[in-house]
Write a protein that binds this ligand. Sequence first.
Ligand code: HEM
Length: 448
Amino acid sequence: MTKMLAPAPVGLDAVPGNAGLPYVGYALDYMRDPLKTYERRYRQHGPVSWFRFAGDPWVVLIGPDACGAALQNRDRALANGPGWRTLIGPFFDRGLMLLDGDEHSSHRRIMAQAFTRDRLSRYTEALHPAIDAALDGWSPRDGFRAYPAMKELTLGLATAIFMGGAEETSPREMDAVNAAFVGCVQAATAIVRYPLPGTRWRRGVRGRRHLEDFFRRYLPARRAGDGDDLFSVLCHVESEEGERFSDDDVVDHMIFLMMAAHDTSTITLSTALRYLGQFPTWQDLCRDESEALGTETPSFDDLERLTTVDLVIKECQRLVTPVPGVVRRAVADTEILGRYVPAGTLVNVGLHYTHHMTEYWPDPERFDPGRFAAERREDRVHKYAWTPFGGGAHRCLGMHFSGTEIKTVLHHMLLRYRWHVPAGYETPLNFTSLPYPQDGQPIDLHPR
Ligand code: HEM
């Protein structure tokens, strides 16, 4: 039976939906098969509906109209911090994505200065040696597990680019930092959300403290120096209005940025390795372009000439959207597509399902990078049809950095290796938090 979330005031409709199982609601259905769960929901209730998810009622937004309305957030009734905190706990508090209103705008203006074209060029230079060093340590073979290898690689890159030239720090200290960071990430999706001994949550609390101490210890040296790593850059950047980050801000942003940059790029890379392995024609096209660049260490400008790999990356982010949904909480009564959303409601903006809707994407389950090519541009069907980086005021600030990082890694891989994945293979994705391949994404990897 369809129940309503809350009675609507005159002029608005209530949000339709149903709770599902006691307490868990639709959480298990979603984790088992998010696309099927949202498909049923959309057919039954339309683009705005509600369900229970692990105890709380959530409004679920499906399709570009509903997602676009929430991302634009015209009346500022939907807040990020109170939304995301429910899902990822306190471990990334005061990161840019969790700030709201004027404070968010001010911090975003400052942080944008750390991602200018000039900065991106310098980060790109630092990527090459770090990627080479990581690939030198690989042992290519049949059944090579691409996902864990990429996870280690991107964490190494984050350490190099974000804290590069951390000459004072020892490898052991960096291992401890990485472990603390992984502790925070794992705690964010823990089921037991209280610091009992032996729990992920407790490791997360300790991890956060460790990271704060670490960044705070090295902060004075970064303030005094003029390094090109992101940590140094955040200490010095200034918005056009003359705003700057305090020491606490730098620490909070660094911890969040490590998280934002890590799993998302890993997922895209691992998805790209799968599909390029299954579609050798696309792999060859990408490799031809990489070879045509005539350099193993392309600059930021050179990378812009790798246009085929751009199409592949976009298609991979459509098929496996690294952040499948973004979270908001209504902090004032509002409406979405004429449906009444009362203050306090949690909102899930369903980006991943929207990328698979037959209404907007011809043959949506097919790997077809050409759909993004200039002569087709299927993503132009709606401004919010393709939104792996979100939209509106909180649109991903690392979008261009991530593009550079992913392209540079793929460029190095295309020049060094060939790989193959059987045509009929399907990735068993786990959606407990961000999607990851439960089998580690095996590929048959061989040196060229
Ligand atoms: C494939 C890679 C990535 C994807 C798919 C991705 C996706 C997203 C999404 C969907 C949001 C919006 C969240 C919201 O609306 O609540 C976001 C925000 C953000 N991302 Fe990314 N991201 C990626 C890589 C990165 C990287 C590499 C960095 C940093 C170097 C980064 C930094 C940020 C920041 C700072 C925000 C917050 C922006 C704001 O709230 O104003 N992201 N990202």
